[in-house]
Design a protein. Structure first.
Length: 441
């Protein structure tokens, strides 16, 4: 029995999906059962990289969702609206949805999940995080027995490409970004990538899966790489670290007696020791490190974006749904729902809340621009010491005739103490400015 696919979007990912559906040879036999029946685009006149019969194209995505020939709706158009409304429309019509849209899931995931559970339909989103890397299903299923302690990852390919080139070439951020845009590795509007919002969307989704309860997307602190100075990448290298845009979701307290779990979820440029499992992830590649009890550390690595890898994840979700439809076809014909994803049905099973940032502990990298005179390092050390901040290393780098650059790496310290020390240091007459402040693992 052929299954009708309605594609909302025929851009990078949509064209990748259409390509797989058009070339089933050598793939799973179920791919040959999938038939592209309608495709929504914004501009019907736009030249396409993939040939799709003109009669399948429509500029009305709601008509694609409503078409009785469409059994599964694949949302790869992006953005919040009309994507959210179209997903809900498909669910209301009893049609399973596959989406790659992390922005909509990170902000409206609970609403969508509740609607899907109530209607008894699947909403699968493997492609929304890590492109071609299977991470959603492993967190939902394969690692389900674990107490997850931390999920950390490099989950934005654009910024990892820029950071890798900054490290390899000592190049400035703006120059590498311009080159990445020219080569097609960064979008014309790279704001969501370089400011950390894309990674924050993705870590919000992983948090919900890892800990069984969502946190408000807007409350996740996200710092990007757009303010990063090439000299910090170079100094980090000289000190044995690499700089990566890390997304971290960590359980601070398990929350007993019905209290919510306390989580620390954030995105920021981070110094990783070269020996760290994520330190060798370069270019547009992504990797996610999951730490759980009893499994220990499990790392997922691969292409985090692009037409082929992302379509690979989208079509895998379609095949999951198609396989279940085939297995439960008799029940579906009887008018019963084909059965919903048991973990989706469970929805949120724990409450979560975000920790107050001042109560978190971190190692820190600080670069100070100071006058070059006797006693400056001593006074900086005193400020740290009086705030109870232990220094791991303090190094003076060559700057210019007007200033010295002093880089400090602290031991792990309570954020409030670190901020207290920084305020005192910034007030020292010899300190011209706190030029950079980065987290360190
Ligand atoms: P894209 O290249 O910009 O394609 C978007 C497609 O949706 C285009 O075909 C566009 O039509 C169509 N579209 C947009 N708004 C529409 C509307 N209101 N009505 C009808 N059609 C509309 O985007 P993409 O890179 O494929 O990304 C799609 C989704 O996948 C996004 O949620 C993105 O975050 C996610 N994703 C992308 C990647 C990746 O590597 N690109 C990886 C993982 C996840 P026109 O062609 O006529 O403009
Ligand atoms: N813009 C994203 C990235 C790809 O650079 O990783 C889509 O998730």
């Amino acid at each position: 029995m052929t299954i009708g696919i309605g594609l909302l979007g025929l851009g990078t990912v949509g064209a990748g999906v259409a390509e797989i559906l058009a070339t089933p040879e050598g793939r799973h036999p179920l791919v040959a059962e999938l038939e592209l029946r309608r495709v929504a685009v914004r501009d019907l006149q736009r030249p396409r990289t993939i040939r799709v019969p003109a009669e399948l194209l429509s500029s009305d995505p709601a008509a694609v969702v409503d078409d009785p020939a469409v059994d599964i709706v694949v949302e790869v158009m992006g953005g919040l609206e009309p994507a959210r409304s179209l997903i809900l429309r498909a669910i209301a019509a009893g049609k399973p949805v596959v989406t790659a849209n992390k922005a909509v899931i990170a902000r409206h995931g609970e609403e969508i999940s509740a609607a899907a559970a109530a209607a008894g339909v699947y909403v699968l989103l493997e492609a929304a995080v890590g492109g071609g890397i299977p991470i959603i299903e492993p967190l939902k299923q394969s690692l389900g027995a674990n107490r997850i302690q931390r999920v950390s990852g490099i989950i934005n390919g654009t910024t990892n490409y820029i950071l890798s080139r900054m490290a390899a070439e000592g190049a400035e951020y703006a120059a590498v970004l311009a080159d990445a845009q020219r080569l097609g590795y960064a979008e014309a509007d790279p704001a969501a990538d370089v400011q950390g919002a894309d990674a924050a969307d993705k870590i919000a989704i992983l948090t919900g899966l890892a800990y069984g309860g969502s946190v408000p997307r807007e409350a996740i602190p996200a710092e990007g790489i757009d303010q990063l100075d090439a000299r910090d990448v170079t100094y980090a290298d000289q000190l044995g670290f690499v700089v990566k845009l890390l997304a971290v979701s960590q359980r601070i307290e398990t929350g007993t007696n019905g209290d919510p779990q306390l989580l620390d979820v954030r995105v920021h440029p981070t110094l990783l020791p070269r020996s760290h499992p994520l330190a060798g992830v370069n270019g547009v590649f992504n990797a996610i490190l999951v730490e759980g009890e009893p499994v220990g550390q499990v790392m997922f690595y691969g292409p985090g974006a692009g037409a082929g890898p992302t379509a690979s994840a989208v079509v895998a979700d379609i095949l999951n749904i198609a396989g279940i439809r085939q297995a439960t076809g008799a029940r579906a014909v009887d008018g019963e729902p084909p059965g919903i994803d048991p973990l989706l049905a469970a929805g949120s099973w724990r409450q979560c809340r975000l920790v107050d940032g001042a109560r978190t502990t971190h190692r820190n990298y600080v670069r100070l621009r100071t006058t070059d005179q006797p006693g400056v390092i001593g006074r900086i050390g005193t400020c740290f010491g009086e705030a109870g901040v232990s220094i791991q290393s303090i190094v003076q780098f060559e700057a210019d005739s007007e200033a010295a650059e002093i880089v400090v790496i602290t031991h792990e310290v309570l954020e409030s103490r670190f901020r207290q020390a920084l305020d005192a240091i910034a007030a020292l007459p010899e300190v011209q400015r706190v030029a950079a402040c980065l987290r360190t693992l």
